[in-house]
Design a protein around this ligand. Structure first.
Ligand SMILES: Cc1cc2nc3c(=O)[nH]c(=O)nc-3n(C[C@H](O)[C@H](O)[C@H](O)COP(=O)(O)O)c2cc1C
Length: 679
């Protein structure tokens, strides 16, 4: 290893939805503030030559899919896999911060694999790996990990670390007079004006010092008049600068159907989207997922712009987003924004509803004139305000809620835009087969409407599903669901590329077990349709071919579907289709349970039914080489299903628990167990 010390530090991120990128940029900025010579880059830009030139690397990497690396580190990953010797990166010292979610099986898989690989190729970790969990709040691990990083970094670098940041705010707390503020009542207001957040103002009374405040994020962008005369739109009705991982197509709503009864706890809608205008390019398979590029709620966007004092004329002015200086790089999602309107940026580029980070609140404090409000914002972002910050998170405030709670907060637009996370497309599984409906894309979704937990009880709505609900409302007025083309609402969509595709086995003989409660059943409706069509084709071929008595059943493996919902009569999704598939023998078994109706001892959840049919499941998997598919909620259901499978292998295969877990891992690696989960 080269012992030559340098002050150069490279922060590398691999990020799917922006968290790792934003943390990496903050680490880089803070490193610069502490006199290190630091730069930040995306993993895919770290090619072989760059790796050879680097001595000190800090990685911030998330995990996506089913334990997969994010899209922007696939190239980097490929290159790492090619490195076989243990002496390729002996000059590299590194630290890794992983982001993940313990609701998923492969928690922080990217960080763990990267760490292993770097050690295999001779690199040395200079600071213990941190693994942050979105299920409990990333900050719990991220903040102390970054705090401890600087001493470790100073030791591997020749300089830097000497200049501890002086926290000017810590010294000003005493001098800020606390005035009565009236922020303690929960007020339910219209969406345009936001819901005020309940904050325990009393927490300020005995505080003279705040510690652990995050850095104020650096300014990176400016809003400039655009040379373009008109706002950029594409043919899909969305601005062309929006970055999504795939080519965007326009689908038109062809039909909408309610899958639940009016007394169901959640409303679920089936939408049928006509893709005939792009079906040549948009090639999908049963089980695929696609993303929808939906705008933020218009009332929310307008409410925020109004609150910020942006007039209608200003919100429609044509602008570019530019780096503040020649040496600053814009966050990925703000790059290439030209010919935009401020309103479109808030509609399509910035996330207005996800939970605020402490660094964001600290930034807002800098633009808050009322001292009590400022002090509260600083408290919320400090160590002393940890419980108040947790209470704020429980209230799930939108940006508008935050701004209306702190009326004197007036951040400049550029400051706000650069500090908001990127707005994300929403993903859905296709619920039909292209073999049956080549020009359609069907899917099912629950309309996301809920309340924040007691005692707050503030009504909340999702971003995409209420939008889709509105669009489908347009067409539901017609009884037969057939609509006039002129009435058809458009949906911008793109096919999701998956590193672990959720597809049927190519050999139709392979038996399959499908487990999908709730809307998790959607891809399996597509699988069944596909097999149904394949059986019909085979039947036709059988009568024409060399063996007219070809036995269809021998050509097609058994299909088992485990489905679950709350009530048989209220939310049994696709009931008619599924029962029909069972009657016609496409499905060998349709095993359904109803969690709110099960008597004592009866199966309540899909995992209970898996246990009930344990012996059959074991034979299918261990003797008949079946494929196993799981789709739905990662939180409770996926864990329960995993445990049931482990128990089945122990009971019917005579394996010890660790052997059973190992066997499931083996089957997953062989590509016989597929998961499509969401937390
Ligand atoms: C579709 C999806 C799949 C995910 N899969 C995993 C996973 O397999 N393991 C894990 O630890 N975290 C998983 N996560 C959690 C993310 O890693 C976590 O939310 C992280 O903060 C995202 O960081 P990013 O915005 O930089 O991508 C998943 C999140 C999503 C939305």
């Amino acid at each position: 290893m080269t012992n030559e010390l340098s002050d150069k530090v490279t922060v590398v991120f691999a990020s799917q939805t922006g968290n790792a990128e934003s943390i990496a940029r903050n680490i880089c900025d803070e490193a610069i503030a502490r006199n290190f010579s630091s730069k930040c880059m995306v993993a895919d830009d770290l090619d072989k030559a760059a790796l050879e030139a680097e001595n000190v690397l800090i990685f911030v990497v998330s995990t996506t899919g089913d334990g997969d690396p994010p899209d922007n580190c696939i190239k980097f990953w490929r290159q790492l896999r090619k490195m076989k010797s243990d002496n390729i990166l002996p000059h590299v010292q590194y630290a890794i911060l992983g982001l993940g979610d313990t609701n998923y099986d492969n928690f922080c898989n990217t960080a763990k694999r990267l760490d292993r690989k770097f050690q295999e190729v001779g690199a040395t970790p200079f600071y213990p790996r941190g693994l942050a969990d979105d299920a409990t709040g990333l900050e719990e691990i991220v903040d102390p990990w970054i705090e401890g990083l600087w001493d470790a970094l100073a030791k591997v670098c020749s300089r830097g670390g000497q200049t501890d940041r002086v926290d000017e705010i810590a010294n000003t707390m005493d001098s800020i007079k606390v005035e009565s503020h009236g922020l303690t009542a929960a007020e339910t207001e219209e969406l345009q004006s936001g819901h005020k957040i309940m904050i325990n103002e009393g927490a300020l009374a005995n505080l003279s010092q705040l510690t652990g405040l995050p850095r104020i994020p650096n300014s990176v962008c400016k809003i400039a008049d655009s040379a373009k005369a008109e706002a950029v739109k594409t043919e899909h009705g969305i601005p062309g600068y929006i970055k999504v991982p795939g080519s965007v197509f326009t689908g038109k709503i062809k039909g909408a159907r309610m899958l639940t009864s009016p007394d169901a706890i959640k409303r679920t809608i089936h939408l049928s989207v006509d893709i005939s205008e792009c079906s040549n390019e948009l090639e999908y398979a049963a089980g695929d997922a696609f993303g929808i590029v939906c705008p933020n709620n218009e009332l929310l966007v307008n409410g925020i712009l109004q609150r910020l004092g942006v007039s209608e004329e200003e919100s429609n002015q044509i602008v570019d987003i530019e780096p503040l200086t020649e040496s600053t790089t814009l966050p990925t999602h703000l790059q290439g924004i030209q010919g935009a309107t401020i309103a479109d940026i808030f509609r399509y580029v910035t996330d207005l509803t996800s939970l605020p980070k402490k660094g964001f609140l600290r930034m807002l404090a800098e633009h808050t004139s009322d001292e009590t409000e400022k002090k509260l914002l600083l408290l919320l972002s400090s160590k002393q305000g940890a419980s108040d910050f947790n209470s704020l998170k429980e209230q799930m405030p939108t940006l508008l809620d935050i701004l209306s709670t702190f009326p004197s907060c007036k951040p400049p637009l550029a400051r706000l835009i650069e500090n908001l996370p990127p707005h994300q497309p929403r993903y859905y599984s296709v619920s039909n087969s292209p073999l049956k409906h080549p020009k359609l894309l069907n899917f099912a979704f629950n309309i996301v409407k809920y309340s924040s937990p007691e005692p707050f009880n503030v009504p909340k709505v999702g971003v995409c599903t209420p939008w889709l609900d509105d669009l489908s409302g347009l067409v539901q007025t017609k009884e037969d669901n057939e609509i006039q083309p002129s009435m058809r609402a458009s949906i911008p969509l793109f096919l999701k590329k998956s590193q672990t595709p959720f597809v049927l086995p190519s050999n139709t003989n392979t038996p399959i077990i499908m487990v999908g409660p709730g809307t998790g059943v959607a891809p399996f409706v597509g699988f069944c349709q596909h097999r149904d069509e394949q059986r019909k084709i085979k039947a036709r071929m059988g009568t024409l071919g060399r063996n007219p008595s070809l036995d269809i059943e021998n050509c097609f493996g058994e299909m088992w579907l485990f489905y679950g919902c709350r009530h048989k009569e209220r939310d049994y999704l696709y009931r008619k289709e599924l029962e029909d598939l069972k009657t016609r023998g496409v499905l060998k078994e349709l095993v359904v349970c109803f969690s709110r109706e099960a008597e004592d001892g009866e199966p309540k959840y899909v995992q209970d039914n898996l246990r009930k049919y344990g012996e059959e499941i074991y034979k299918l998997m261990a003797e008949k080489n079946a494929y196993f598919y799981l789709c739905g909620d990662a939180k409770n259901m996926a864990k329960g299903v995993n445990e049931a499978l482990t128990d089945i292998l122990c009971e019917y295969g005579g394996l010890a628990k660790m052997e059973a877990i190992g066997k499931l891992g083996e089957w997953t690696a062989e590509g016989r167990i597929f998961r499509d989960l969401w937390a």
